[in-house]
Design a binder for this molecule. Structure first.
Ligand SMILES: [Zn+2]
Length: 504
């Protein structure tokens, strides 16, 4: 069945049966945030491009279903002619055609089409849905690929309709492109009973990226997607369907954290189907950096209060990062919570660096709103703290005379915020506790701030919504979400020295 116990922790070595069930599953229930950390394992030698998105032009044309597209050619058991099922049927129609052409070219063998598509409404008690994978679908708010019957099914009710409401009409395309990723993976010969679930899931995200690239290039019959807000909304779907902390962590991972999933998706979008096929357990392990157990533990930590004390800790941890990196001492201001402009003519609320006064100002109510979810409802306290850190990144850049306006400055703030996030991870010590507040579990450097489960996903949410984490002194970000994510990841992986090198 396409569900898994939402709070169960899987054994490190699942039984063949459990693994087979996992291969046929794709739990997509949005909840909390995740805790596994990956990076691409190496710093890029150069700055992320602001002119291109994985080699494609930065475009801002339409995104969503094409108005003049023909009706889909697929039959959907239990399906309706409603909007959600139409989007889903259009998506699997395009996916089937794409993989029928792409698979033989990439893997030199024929592609077996999906045998059956199934739709149900998990919220409709009056209408027991059709069987999926041989099982009842009543109340199953999920989507999945059933290996034993070669079926793909989805809940047009709460799952897809909520995702469409939140992320737009491309949401079913992303979800079903992931499911088709499992189809492809199985047909390439991945031994789904042996590969760890996290590898299977990241590989499916990678194949989803390959298909969304095809959509962005204009190859899809039913959909179009620009490489700015269209691609951003597709990436946001991956944040929205990330695993809850209880479901993730070493040995228990399902789909993985948003940070991890987006990395895999970007690899597919930038690469090829055959490159996705190479993704294996060694890659996943190699891309995992030494993140403290505290950031990987189970449990959804209580949000940090966004107050003066935590902002002081943010400032102290940023200064400690510079000093531990043996960078020249910089006098950094205390956060100013009285005047949100910091003495300038205007602010970039919720946080501001005012170059003329040297102040870093924080607008506490606006930060609290960001911590409460922000524009897409995906953010959290770490989104808010990262926004403040991005202004400290500008203060540090100003101290050495670096440019503060423009794309390079914007990406430098993302990179430096990534470096700071990794620094909080390195200073968090080894205790596998995630429940306490910033002061829990000893007194690491940086006044006790530590990286906790879900923090990186909240930073990713802030990067996607175009907020301050990747914005220059005027609050202007770069249009390519890929560039923002790449810059953050480069800082997370390579540290603050890398940011100074690639964004001088
Ligand atoms: Zn999956």
């Amino acid at each position: 069945m396409p569900t898994r116990p939402p709070r169960a922790r899987r054994p490190r070595r699942p039984s063949a049966r459990a693994a087979a069930a996992a291969a046929a599953s794709c739990a997509l229930i949005a909840a909390g945030s995740a805790c596994t950390v990956t990076t691409d394992g190496s710093a890029r030698p150069q700055a992320a491009s602001t002119d291109t998105v994985a080699g494609m032009p930065v475009t801002d044309g339409p995104s969503g279903p094409r108005a003049d597209a023909p009706a889909p050619q697929v039959q959907v058991a239990g399906g309706t002619h409603g909007r959600i099922d139409t989007l889903a049927a259009d998506a699997v129609d395009d996916l089937g055609r794409f993989w029928a052409e792409t698979f033989p070219r990439a893997f030199h063998r024929p592609f077996t089409p999906v045998a059956r598509f199934v739709s149900w409404d998990s919220a409709d008690p009056q209408a027991p849905g059709p069987l999926f994978c041989g099982d009842p679908t009543d109340g199953v708010a999920n989507a999945g690929f059933c290996l034993s019957r070669n079926e793909i099914g989805w809940d047009r009710g709460p799952l897809l309709s909520d995702l469409v409401a939140q992320y737009g009409d491309l949401a079913p395309v992303v979800v079903l492109a992931h499911e088709y990723g499992h189809v492809v993976q199985y047909q390439t010969g991945v031994r789904t009973t042996q590969a760890p679930t996290i590898v299977l899931e990241q590989q499916a995200d990678c194949y989803a990226g390959v298909f969304l690239r095809h959509v962005a290039e204009g190859g899809s019959t039913h959909f179009t997607m620009n490489t700015t807000d269209g691609l951003e909304s597709a990436l946001a779907v991956l944040v929205g369907i990330r695993d809850a902390p209880d479901d993730a962590g070493f040995g228990g991972s399902e789909h993985g954290s948003a940070f991890e999933r987006i990395t895999a998706f970007q690899e597919g979008f930038s690469g090829s189907a055959s490159a996705c096929a190479e993704l294996d357990a060694a890659d996943v392990d190699a891309r995992r950096v030494a993140v403290p157990l505290a950031a990987l533990g189970a449990g959804d930590p209580a949000p940090r209060p966004v107050d003066e004390a935590v902002l002081d800790a943010v400032a102290a941890s940023f200064a400690a990062m510079l000093s531990d990196s043996r960078l020249p001492d910089v006098r950094l201001p205390e956060p100013d919570t009285d005047d949100p402009t910091g003495g300038c003519d205007r602010s970039t609320s919720p946080a501001t660096f005012c170059a003329s006064t040297g102040a870093v100002a924080a607008d506490l109510p606006a930060l609290a709103a960001l911590a409460d979810g922000g524009p897409q409802g995906l953010g959290g306290d770490f989104t808010a703290l990262s926004a403040v850190v991005s202004r400290y990144a500008l203060a540090a850049a100003d101290a050495r005379g670096a440019t503060l306006a423009g794309g390079r400055a914007a990406l430098r703030t993302a990179c430096t915020t990534g470096a700071w996030s990794a620094y909080l991870g390195q200073t968090s010590g080894g205790a596998a506790t995630s429940a306490g507040g910033p002061q829990a579990g000893g007194a690491p450097r940086g006044e006790g701030l530590r990286l906790r489960p879900g923090d990186l996903d909240e930073a990713v949410a802030g990067l996607l919504d175009g907020g301050l984490i990747a914005a220059d002194i005027d609050g202007t970000t770069v249009p390519s979400a890929f560039a923002r994510l790449d810059a953050f990841r480069d800082g997370f992986t390579g540290g603050v020295h890398t940011c100074r090198t690639i964004y001088p």
